[in-house]
Design a protein. Structure first.
Length: 179
C-alpha cells in the first residue's frame, strides 16, 4: 500500500512538473554562410548589387539570397532583369527604410485573404496608370502629408506603400528582398 501511494505521488509529481514547466522553444539557427569573398564567382556576379551589405547580413538572409542565386540561371531573362533591379533598389535603401518595408510586408501577410486581394487589386490598378497620373498622385500624397491632411483621394491609389511582395522563396525569385 505504501509503495502504491509513493508511486502515485511520484507519478503525480512527474506529470505536474512537466505541465507547469516553462515551455521550451527550439531555435533553429542557420549555419554560418559564406562571406562575400568566399562566394563563387557566378554567385558574386548574380548578387553583385548586395556586395556592400553582404558581410553584414544575418546568416538566414544570406541563405535566402544564395537560394535565389541558385535558381537565377533557370529564370527567364525578364525575371533575371527584375531580380537585378530589385536588388539594386534594395541595396540603395537605408536600414530604416528596409525595416519599414519588412514591417509593411509582415502586416500585409497578416491581412485576411479578402483584404489582401483588395490591396493587390488596388496596386494593379495603380500600376496600370500612366506615369503622369502616378506622379500626380505621388505629389498629392506628399502635399497631403506635409499639410497634415486626412482627406482621401477618389482616384484609385494603392492601399499599401509598396506592392504586396512575394516571398523570396517563390519559383520566380525574390520580389521582397530580405537583407
Amino acid at each position: 500500500m505504501v509503495k502504491r501511494v509513493i508511486g502515485g505521488l511520484v507519478l503525480v509529481a512527474a506529470l505536474t512538473s512537466t505541465v507547469w514547466a516553462a515551455p521550451t522553444s527550439a531555435v533553429i539557427a542557420t549555419p554560418p554562410q559564406p562571406t562575400w569573398n568566399q562566394l563563387q564567382a557566378n554567385q558574386r556576379s548574380i548578387l553583385a548589387p548586395l556586395a556592400g551589405d553582404w558581410d553584414n547580413m544575418e546568416n538566414f538572409r544570406r541563405k535566402k539570397w544564395l537560394g535565389i542565386a541558385e535558381r537565377y540561371p533557370k529564370m527567364k531573362p525578364d525575371e533575371q532583369q527584375r531580380i537585378q533591379e530589385r536588388m539594386r533598389q534594395w541595396a540603395a535603401l537605408t536600414p530604416e527604410q528596409r525595416n519599414k518595408i519588412r514591417d509593411q510586408y509582415k502586416e500585409f501577410q497578416q491581412l485576411p485573404p479578402e483584404k489582401k486581394a483588395a490591396a493587390q487589386k488596388k496596386w494593379q490598378d495603380y500600376s496600370a496608370l500612366p506615369e503622369e497620373e502616378k506622379a500626380r498622385l505621388k505629389e498629392k500624397s506628399l502635399v497631403d502629408k506635409t499639410q497634415g491632411s486626412t482627406a482621401t483621394t477618389t482616384t484609385t491609389a494603392p492601399a499599401v506603400a509598396a506592392p504586396p511582395p512575394a516571398s523570396p522563396n517563390t519559383a520566380t525569385g525574390a520580389t521582397a528582398p530580405t537583407q
